[in-house]
Design a protein around this ligand. Structure first.
Ligand code: TRP
Length: 329
């Protein structure tokens, strides 16, 4: 069994793109692996968030992850700042992390350029904290997107360096969890390449059916194909891409045939698409509404998750301290 760690940034609401791009796979992954899913609130401090919003952001993400199928009975779900072992490992790893490599990280350079007035040490050592998240569970698999590959590469470097330095084979070198062809990119409804919050073309997991219908209805179309079996323009292909993930093969085939014979009616396509999106999101929306005010449940999940995570991490930290030469008097 593999050990998987995944950190989730606590920013904003989740949408269909997040669900099909990652969450749905997480829900599957947890049945086959020992999974740790945590909400990276320490990491969010590099940009000095409003203290009044810190907790509610963490809470929103927790609620939506649970609603999307991450099961705290199977996986370990926790809030990063509840597991202080990560701070100690972060400190220890920082002793072997060098200014040269940290300052060369793409994400650091980008953020430093964008926020010249706040180039703090937390930002510089973001990769060390992320390595600590992963190595404190001695994980070997990390589901990450393209933008995090360099951070994962640095985690491997820190792990290798530690092993070499102390002449041990202790840390594993974690690699990206590969979903293979399951990794689906959901396009936006506006004909753009990707569904994204900043693009303003999202369908949120907690979106109500009426609003989903409205958004789908507004999706870009044209007067329809004139030539049988013609290629679909991007904005139509996008609708089919979403249809393929939310509908049955028969439904997709039906509209594909209609397209090919130039008989497609976009009104019908959109009606079906909205209906099937609602079918996927409705149970999540329901669950979100059910648990978002259930303080007792959320308290229990976070508390039990923290305890499980600390138990695992403290075992590993004890070894690390011993390897590095710490001894009790
Ligand atoms: N840096 C990741 C992101 O921005 C979040 C993260 C923090 C993470 N610690 C992690 C991801 C550990 C995987 C493993 O999305």
């Amino acid at each position: 069994m593999e050990t998987v760690v995944s950190g989730i940034r606590s920013t904003g609401k989740l949408h269909l793109g997040n669900y099909f791009g990652a969450l749905k796979n997480f829900a599957r992954m947890q049945n086959e692996n020992k999974c740790f899913f945590f909400i990276a609130d320490y990491h969010s401090l590099t940009t000095h968030p409003d203290p009044k919003l810190l907790h509610s952001n963490v809470r929103n993400v927790l609620v939506e992850y649970l609603a999307a199928g991450i099961d705290p009975e199977i996986s370990t779900v926790y809030i990063q700042s509840d597991v202080q072992e990560v701070c100690e490992l972060y400190l220890l790893l920082n002793m072997h992390a060098y200014l040269g490599e940290l300052s060369k990280t793409v994400s650091f350079k980008e953020k430093a350029r964008k926020h010249k007035d706040n180039v703090n040490a937390g930002l510089l050592t973001y990769p060390t904290l992320m390595a600590a998240d992963i190595l404190m569970h001695n994980a070997n698999k990390v589901p990450v997107g393209k933008d995090q590959e360099q951070h994962l590469e640095m985690t491997r470097k820190f792990a290798r360096r530690f092993n070499n330095m102390y002449g041990v084979e202790y840390f594993k070198e974690p690699v990206a969890y590969n979903f293979g062809q399951d990794l689906i990119k959901i396009p936006g409804l506006d004909g753009s390449g990707k569904m994204g919050k900043s693009e303003g073309n999202c369908i949120y997991l907690d979106e109500d059916p009426k609003s989903i219908e409205k958004k789908v209805k507004r999706a870009l179309t044209d007067e329809g194909p004139k030539v049988p079996n013609s290629e679909k323009p991007d904005y139509i292909e996008n609708l089919f891409t979403i249809l393929r993930v939310v509908s049955t093969d028969e439904v997709v085939q039906h509209f594909d045939d209609k397209w090919n014979t130039c008989e497609i009616r976009y009104g019908d396509l959109k009606k079906q698409l909205a209906e099937d999106i609602i079918k996927v999101t409705a149970p999540m929306r329901e669950r979100i509404l059910e648990i978002q005010n259930d303080d007792a449940y959320l308290h229990r999940v976070a508390t039990e998750g923290a305890a499980k995570a600390r138990e695992n991490a403290s075992r590993i930290l004890k070894d690390v301290r011993e390897i590095m030469g710490f001894k009790k008097f």
